[in-house]
Write a protein of this length. Structure first.
Length: 152
């Protein structure tokens, strides 16, 4: 469940940041708010206590803020392109020279159906800065708006 929530936070942040021309500071705020909301929803889904729910919101906000801060619109576009076009298990690596973050993204499945949407793929994503790596597995679906959104 925790990985699902993290994957939702990651792809939601990618989607929101990718559609913007925001500065990193603005993306940090978007990521923090998105992560906090998703953390709170995740806590509610698993029936966390009020203390657990607050911890989930705060944890989600911190992680979402880190992801939002490190990604800019070019990173988001690159990630969407990879999940859309790469063959299964073909990794693409890129470096954002402005932020110093190295990213990898690997679609780990062919297209499959989730909740009636036949355009879904599993993925593995990493970001590394100053030697510290963050990684996530998830499932994303191409939605009618033309954007990939995490569903698991």
């Amino acid at each position: 469940m925790r990985r699902m929530i993290m994957s939702v936070a990651l792809l939601t942040t990618i989607g929101l940041v990718g559609c913007s021309t925001n500065s990193q500071k603005e993306n940090t705020g978007v990521g923090a708010v998105t992560g906090g909301v998703i953390g709170g929803v995740g806590a509610a889904v698993v029936g966390a206590s009020p203390v657990g729910a607050v911890a989930s919101v705060v944890g989600g906000a911190i992680i979402g803020g880190v992801i939002g801060h490190s990604m800019d619109s070019t990173d988001s576009v690159k990630g969407s392109t990879v999940i859309q076009n790469n063959p299964t298990n073909h990794t693409t690596k890129w470096v954002n020279h402005k932020t110093g973050v190295t990213y990898t993204m690997t679609p780990t499945s062919d297209l499959f159906t989730v909740n009636g949407n036949p355009n879904c793929r599993k993925f593995y994503f990493t970001s590394t800065k100053h030697g510290k790596m963050h990684h996530r597995n998830g499932t994303a679906c191409l939605m009618q708006d033309g954007n990939w959104h995490s569903v698991r």
